[in-house]
Ligand binder design. Sequence first.
Ligand code: FES
Length: 166
Amino acid sequence: MSVTLEQCKCKELSEEEKYALLRDVIYDYDKNEKNLIQILHMAQAIFGFIPLEVQKFIAKEMDIPLSRVSGVVTFYSFFSTKPKGEYTIRVCLGTACYVRGGKKIVERLKEILGIDVGETTKDLKFTLEVMRCIGACGLAPAITINDKVYKQVNPDKLQQIIGMYH
Ligand code: FES
């Protein structure tokens, strides 16, 4: 069996079906610990995040300690143990962006969204994160919302930018 992210209609699946699909993925990867990262990527694609229950399921199915699974999930920042928002807002805090007001942008976004960095709004619309340089230093400060890059962001314009996603 081969599952790709495009094929996966996971949002329409029940919890039971999601676990069944994850079990298929684990078997597809031969329950082999050296494939754990790929399996976790698929788990995140299926569930949207990797909560403890899913980590336990993977550990049991692969017959490896839970600590091994949790260790990998917490080590890599691209794995999330909490649900993420529909839109992930990342503020660049690389040197150029930091110097040109990146910190103010973070503060303003925290105010607008009512959440801290690393958190998701209650309506699961937005997740706020910070990131390292994305190579747009000449037009700092920069933020991204999912795949879209906003350059030379003015904190006073943030409300307007966020408004486009509501
Ligand atoms: S420091 Fe922000 S884009 Fe380079």
